[in-house]
Structure formats: C-alpha cells, structure tokens
Design a protein around this ligand. Sequence first.
Ligand code: SF4
Ligand code: SF4
Length: 261
Amino acid sequence: MKKNDTHLPKEFPEGMKPLGKARFNFACHAGVACFTNCCRKLELYLYPYDVVRLKNRLDISSEDFLDRYAGVVKGSNPCFPAVMLIMSANQEKTCPFLDAAGCTVYEDRPSACRTYPLERAVARSGSGGRPEEFYFMTNHSYCLGHMEKREWSVKEWVGDQRLQYYNQMDDLWAEMDTLFGDSRIWRGEGAAGPRQLLAFMACYNVDRFRQYVVDHRLLDRFRLDKSRRRLIESDDEALLRFGFDWLKLVLADKPTMQAKG
Ligand code: SF4
Ligand code: SF4
C-alpha cells in the first residue's frame, strides 16, 4: 500500500532505518509480473500540490476534481481534514487513473506514487532548526521491482522521479498542516467553521480561491513585486504559495507579506 510522505520526529519508530547513502535495487516497468498491482485498494492521501497537478493534467477545475476524485476525511491532523483519492467502484478498487497500459497521469502522478518504493520523512529538529529529510525503503511482498538488477542511490532516485519540486511544495504544505494543528488559530469555530472553509479552499480548491482573490482584491492589499503578482495571476502553483502565505498571516499573524498602507 502506498503511503504519502510522513513528517516524523527524528527518533524513528523501531524497525524504520533511513537508507542514507545505501544503494538499492529497483525497477518498475510493463514487463514486471506485478505491473500495476500497487495501483489498487490504496489509501492515497493527496496534498494540495498533487491536486493542482492532477486537475491541470485532466483539464478540469479543482472543484470538479474534488467532486469526482477526492474524499475529505479525518487524517492525522486533529484539527483539519485530509484529502484522499477515491478508488474506482470496480471489484479491484483500482486507482481511477489506471488503465490497461498503466498510469494515465504518469507525468503528474501524486508525490506518494513518485516516491515509491521509498517513503520520505522530514525531521524538524535538524541542526540550526533546518528540516532534515530521510528516506526509507518500503517492503511490500507483492512488489517484484525489488528483484530487478537496476541499482540506485536515494539521490539518483529523487532525480529520476523528478521529486525535488514536489518535495519543496510538500514541505510548504507540511508547515501549513502543522499550523492547522494548533487549535487556537480556529478561534473556537470548530470543524468546517468559516476559517476552516477558507483555509481548505486556499489549499485544495485553487480555482475557487483564484476567484476569491479577484473578488476581494487580495493582491491589491499587499506589497508584492510585479513579477510575483503576474505569476500569481496566471499560475496555480504561485497562487498556492501565495495562499499559504496569506493563511499564515490571517490565521496566525505571521508576517509573511507586508500590507499596503
Ligand atoms: S514493480 Fe512494484 S511499483 Fe512497479 S508495478 Fe510492480 S508493485 Fe507496482
Ligand atoms: S496515480 Fe498512477 S501511479 Fe498512482 S496509483 Fe494511480 S495509476 Fe498508480
């Protein structure tokens, strides 16, 4: 079963040993006997950047994507919901993006799928307060990719799967998720109160947030340099980053942007 990135304290649970510089064998291709076995019956959490990539890949709005493919569930954050990909209703409960030839959204597949067979964890107590990342090997008996000859280091795997940008975006999201775990920022409104609905929209429903930004003239309220403003107006990833900054400011008073006088 694929899991998404986890953000753990530096003391890892027993049996979990970071790979470090160790090399590992793995290859996944249409010739392996287990091809696509891992793309079914998944508990696959989607992060905000996954939603942006997938809805743009499918050329639908974020609202449509959430309606058709996602479930809002209780995840590990006690104060904020998580989003999970809904499997198809067939007997095999396959991923909705799977067909006979494999993954139909391969270039934009979620970060959990890209990272597999590794899992990534970020420890927040690194030296100088900087987050440190660790990778672990998963061990699913059905996955025969481990028997293949091709050898990798973690660095090579991260490069090959183009994980760097996903990791950057997921780390920004992890900061938000930590913030959302502080019950004080919801001012006693409880689940699905106005502040939570606003936060959920900015993180997961970027197309609706884009309209909100226009309707409330949000970009006029802050000192943003011209190039960033232009990017926010045209690019969903830039809008997502702006949304994170804006939420930190309005929910927790963090000085992420300077308001215009
Ligand atoms: S080798 Fe592993 S990752 Fe690839 S299709 Fe088989 S089970 Fe899935
Ligand atoms: S998104 Fe692609 S790789 Fe991920 S589970 Fe679905 S079909 Fe498999």
